[in-house]
Design a protein around this ligand. Structure first.
Ligand code: FES
Length: 242
């Protein structure tokens, strides 16, 4: 108990003690305030980062097998903002050319143009690995390769799609990860891939579509990625190892 000292008086005494410590240590008020303010997280523009493997070597487009169900993920544009990269093929495993297309956001009817696929067959694309409904990630949000895995939603069977087992949202990666089935009302944001045909190396340089789920901005709210590369990690095959 602190009988005899009321609350305002106690707070005033605390302030005086703190001020005397600051003054005694020769610290300016600005320095003290700065130390109490968390660092600003985020960046001001989309960086260009080279995709590398776990050894730090450039990821080659030709190393990405067609219709691979494994989640190959990299962070972009910030840390803890995962994306899937995948090489799309038809039911017989032949790469399919992915063209830029107009994508509609069901939530508000607005439209944007997705990126074309890259690589020798223009079949490689990358999308946010965070479901746009309520934020589920791998293994709930997974890729069902064309002719390899399928998922039935209602009375319809889908293959060659992203589907989220949390609540049933389905996205079409051949058309900008547009919405095939809800409850999501937003497509998956798409990452811009850049392919160097002379080296077969891949980089990422931008995003298009809705804001990444859970963010007020794609560029804020998370720590920046250090350096000029971002590592692609194989999280495995959700149909066999998870
Ligand atoms: S979080 Fe993916 S469908 Fe709900």
């Amino acid at each position: 108990m602190n009988e005899g000292i009321d609350e305002p008086k106690r707070n005033f005494l605390k302030l005086m003690v703190t001020a005397s410590i600051v003054a005694g240590a020769g610290l300016s008020l600005g320095v003290v305030l700065k130390s109490l303010t968390p660092p600003q997280e985020g960046i001001t523009s989309f960086p260009t980062l080279k995709l590398v493997d776990s050894n730090g070597n450039p990821l080659l487009a030709s190393s990405l097998s067609v219709n691979n169900p494994n989640a190959l993920q990299f962070n972009y544009p910030l840390q803890a903002t995962p994306n899937n990269i995948l090489n799309l093929g038809d039911a017989s495993g032949t790469p399919i050319k992915i063209s830029a297309t107009q994508v509609t956001i069901p939530a508000d009817g607005s439209k944007y143009t997705s990126y074309a696929g890259v690589g020798k067959y223009e079949s490689i694309v990358a999308y946010s690995a965070i479901c746009q409904h309520l934020g589920c990630v791998f293994p709930e949000l997974r890729f069902y390769p064309n002719g390899v895995e399928s998922i039935t939603v209602g009375s319809k069977s889908y293959t060659g799609v992203f589907h989220c087992l949390c609540h049933g949202s389905t996205y079409d990666p051949t058309s900008g990860a547009s919405v095939l089935t809800g409850p999501t009302t937003h497509p998956l944001p798409m990452v811009k891939l850049v392919w160097d045909s002379s080296t077969d190396e891949l980089s990422v340089s931008n995003m298009v579509g809705p804001t990444i789920y859970g963010r007020t901005s794609d560029l804020q709210g998370e720590t920046a990625i250090n350096g000029t590369t971002t590592e692609v990690t194989d999280l495995g095959d959700p149909f066999t190892v998870v």
